[in-house]
Write a protein that binds this ligand. Structure first.
Ligand code: CA
Length: 239
């Protein structure tokens, strides 16, 4: 996977061991990570290349995290940059002030990396800035848009380009029913003339590619309506 395809997170924190720990865990999750030890360096780096998300420590030398946040919110280019503040327990009241000055979320130290990663993913989804790069999953299937890998039950699936885009589209809107026209517009594009029946052909290929022996069919045909990524809960417990 190329580095530029990964969501970019800038960590602004002066505690080196914490930076090392965060970098290790975030890189393992497929993020590209840079760090800055103080507010001035952070502002310079952000001006050079805007991150997809900023992890901003409250207690920094020379300029506080709050001041960095305030400055970023004043600049048009970074007004909507997703920011998570890292605070210490004693500063809980201050954290609320942090949100007032424009941080999107905060997490109190000490925190688990799992909790932080969940916050990061939730914020990236809400902000809509990089959801196209995040891994998608449904039931036992996962798709990584950046590396183009699809995994079901631990085995790699090999999909044609159209089937890949179809699956990606459904994974972005699980359990929603789409008409053939909807699917055509989303996957093939509005400007291309394709027979709605073509969708059926590719759905058939997609099913063949993703459903192994004994595995549940996660593509539901909804009579007279279209298709959905869904499965029958009762069938899943019976299996
Ligand atoms: Ca600090």
């Amino acid at each position: 996977m190329s580095e530029s395809n990964k969501p970019y997170i800038l960590i602004v924190e002066d505690e080196a061991p914490l930076v090392t720990l965060l970098r290790y865990n975030l890189e393992k999750q497929g993020f590209r990570v840079e760090d800055a030890g103080d507010g001035g360096e952070a502002l310079t780096r952000i001006t050079e290349a805007a991150p997809d998300l900023l992890l901003l420590d409250w207690m920094l030398p020379t300029m506080s995290g709050i001041e960095v946040c305030r400055q970023l919110r004043r600049r048009p280019a970074t007004r909507t940059l997703p920011i998570i503040m890292l605070t210490a327990r004693a500063e809980d009241q201050d954290a609320v002030r942090g949100l007032d000055t424009g941080a999107d979320d905060y997490i109190t130290k000490p925190f688990s990396t799992e909790a932080l990663i969940a916050r990061i993913r939730a914020l990236l989804r809400r902000s809509g800035s990089v959801p196209q790069k995040l891994k998608l999953s449904f039931h036992d299937i996962s798709l990584d848009p950046a590396s183009h890998r699809v995994i079901r039950n631990g085995r790699a699936l090999h999909l044609g380009p159209t089937e890949f885009r179809l699956l990606e589209f459904f994974l972005r809107h699980p359990k929603r029913v789409f008409s053939r026209e909807d699917v055509l517009n989303a996957v093939w594009g509005r400007d291309i003339h394709v027979e709605p029946r073509t969708v059926d052909v590719h759905i058939r290929r997609l099913r063949k590619a993703i459903n192994g022996p004994g595995e549940m069919d996660v593509v539901r045909t909804v009579r007279a309506a279209g298709y959905a990524l869904d499965y029958d809960e009762s069938a899943s417990t019976a299996a």
